[in-house]
Ligand binder design. Structure first.
Ligand code: HEC
Length: 167
């Protein structure tokens, strides 16, 4: 009797077979109304066309090119001529303070210009303090990462700004 009780047990997992079949059926059923995805695509296309039409002022050529490319990151390799404080700045700060960096983005909400290199109002002591203590969303930069001598060079470079930043 118990064995017969056991027999139905392996049957119940096999009962998933029909379940799978049902899924298959559902899939087969859903392939019926396949016209919906193409319809959605058409809707998107129409929206895109509307967008393009509404942006006529910008000019069809400009719109066809899509959004403007993100600014290129400033790195040592993008400025091979950089030396001293500028090179150290590119190495340690530009990943956040470059044209597309989060430092630039956040500073843009309270100071202009947002690029540190374009500022004419950054005293070296302020730069050093901001870097060592951290400021707002900027983490403190420890001596193990940037030595005092290197940070001084960076601070002097920024204090001597504004610098021409080629983009
Ligand atoms: C991890 C990203 C990051 C790095 C690396 C970084 N910063 Fe920042 N920095 C920020 C952010 C974000 C802010 C804006 C803080 C805020 O306002 O919340 C900021 C703000 C500053 C400010 C304040 C400017 C002002 O007008 O108040 C100075 C100065 C500064 N950073 C200098 C540096 C220097 C020098 C380095 C390199 C040694 C550096 N930062 C590296 C993210 C970074």
């Amino acid at each position: 009797m118990k064995r017969t009780d056991y027999e139905p047990v392996p049957l119940s997992p096999s009962g998933e077979g029909p379940g799978m079949g049902a899924v298959g059926m559902r899939d087969a059923g859903s392939t019926g109304p396949t016209p919906t995805p193409p319809l959605k695509r058409r809707g998107y296309g129409a929206r895109f066309l509307l967008m393009v039409a509404s942006m006529g002022i910008v000019g069809a050529a400009a719109v066809a090119q899509g959004p403007p490319p993100a600014p290129k990151p400033e790195t040592l390799s993008s400025r091979p001529g950089a030396t001293g404080g500028e090179a150290l700045y590119l190495q340690h700060c530009a990943m956040c303070h470059g044209p597309n960096g989060m430092g630039t983005g956040l500073l843009g909400r309270r100071v202009q210009p947002a690029l540190l290199e374009e500022r004419d109002n950054l005293p070296a002591q302020y730069v050093i303090l901001a870097a060592r203590q951290g400021i707002g969303n900027m983490p403190a930069i420890p001596r193990g990462e940037v030595s005092d001598a290197d940070l001084k060079q960076i601070a002097d470079y920024l204090a001597a700004g504004p610098h021409e930043v080629s983009q």
